[in-house]
Design a protein around this ligand. Structure first.
Ligand code: NAD
Ligand code: IPM
Ligand code: MN
Length: 356
């Protein structure tokens, strides 16, 4: 990554509300004065339906070669029931760029947004690190005797020592670098090793090995069912949680709910030192698409995460501050209790960023 020149960002808004929220994230980046150049790509359902392109032949190589980061919106359109374009654009970028750590912060910005009673921002503040290149997402498997009474469907869950070890190490390093003030860093690994004895037995063994090197971090384990209970009952003790691809997908939607909903949740798909990809946790939300209703904050906070990754901490900080102020002053969309549209909320934030 070039550390002095303008950072090069590829912007792929995608489908549905992805287009609307990404436009607002771009405004916030521009308002921050960040030294970046942004190039838009039209990959998504419309393009796929027009000419069959999901991602062009050299798309992944081009992203890696010509850009320092990628900002994506969301993919998914009822006109493409196979979801093939999402698989190739979104999952393809995660896999082909080897972005093995999906970092999804769960951060409550204001008590009014939390569905739990009497929980304050400092009570809901942890990060989920989701393995992002393995598990059931490798699409190994198939169906046999399809359509018959004897039909068999198999989908393999792939867990490699290399893959498990590197994401656990990433999560330990993350916990060390982002301690909660005055507290010992903690890393909780969650799995279902009581049932998935082979696949998650590997997670158990690797976790126990790697934790020896991080004695400054408190290492903990929970089965994922118990974790779901605890996330809702009292999320205060959590700091960093690491898990496999599928469990990470599921518990990050639960985490989003604790922050006020999917409209609030940001994420980064990261391989330190490489071109990484940033996207809000939510999908394309077809029922509210095109209605200027979607909450742009997940995408705008995602943009801040991206700028921070690119070394632009000051600009990222301005965006985070403006988002917090928008929430406090209720300059927000209806899903989080405001009465603004996507554009109005995004513009309020961008104007606030520009003033800083
Ligand atoms: P979704 O995230 O699109 O929507 C789930 C619920 O959250 C809906 O009620 C929706 O209205 C609401 N919501 C989501 N984002 C919001 C926002 N910014 N503001 C306000 N409300 C918001 O998930 P889904 O309905 O399960 O999936 C819809 C499509 O999106 C599917 O095709 C799915 O595969 C795809 N999807 C894509 C991504 C991605 O590209 N990263 C992630 C999840 C789902
Ligand atoms: C997410 C999404 C994706 C996933 C889908 C759209 C393939 O739910 O980013 O959380 O399962 O990873
Ligand atoms: Mn998901």
């Amino acid at each position: 990554m070039n550390s002095t020149a303008k950072k090069r960002i590829a912007v792929v808004p995608g489908d549905g509300i992805g287009k609307e929220v990404t436009a607002e994230a771009v405004k916030a980046i521009e308002a921050s004065g960040a030294p970046v150049s942004m190039t838009q790509f039209d990959w998504g359902a419309d393009r796929y339906l027009k000419d069959g392109t999901t991602i062009p032949a050299d798309g992944y190589a081009m992203l890696e070669r010509d850009f320092d980061a990628v900002l994506m919106g969301a993919f998914g359109d009822p006109r493409v029931p196979s979801n093939v374009h999402a698989k190739e654009i979104l999952l393809g970028t995660r896999f082909k760029l080897d972005l093995y750590a999906n970092v999804r912060p769960v951060k409550l910005l204001d008590a009014s947004l939390c569905p739990l009673k009497n929980y304050k921002p400092q009570d809901v503040d942890f990060t989920i690190v989701r393995e992002n290149t393995e598990g059931v997402y490798v699409f190994m498997g198939g169906v046999f005797k399809q359509g018959t009474a004897e039909e068999i469907a198999i989908q393999e869950d792939i867990n490699t020592r290399k893959g498990v070890e590197r994401v656990i190490r990433f999560a330990y390093e993350y916990a060390r670098k982002h301690p909660k003030p005055g507290q010992q860093p903690r890393l909780l690994m969650t799995d279902k090793s009581n049932v998935m004895t082979y696949a998650h037995g590997l997670w158990q063994r690797v976790f126990k090995e790697v934790q020896q090197e991080y004695s400054d971090v408190k290492s903990e384990h929970m089965f994922v069912d118990a974790l779901c209970l605890q996330m809702v009952r009292d999320p205060r003790p959590f700091h960093v949680i690491v898990t496999n691809n599928l469990f990470g997908d599921i518990i990050t939607d639960l985490g989003a709910a604790l922050q006020g909903g999917l409209g609030m949740a940001a994420s980064g798909n990261i391989h330190t030192g490489k071109t990484s990809m940033f996207e809000p946790v939510h999908g394309s939300a077809p029922p509210i698409a095109g209605k200027n209703m979607a909450n742009p904050i997940g995408a705008i906070s995602t943009a801040a995460m991206m700028l921070e990754y690119l070394g632009l901490q000051r600009e990222a900080g301005k965006i985070d501050t403006a988002v917090l102020e928008a929430v406090r002053q209720k300059q927000i969309t209806s899903d989080v209790g405001g009465n603004l549209g996507t554009r109005e909320s995004g513009e309020w934030i961008a104007e606030h960023v520009a003033k800083m």
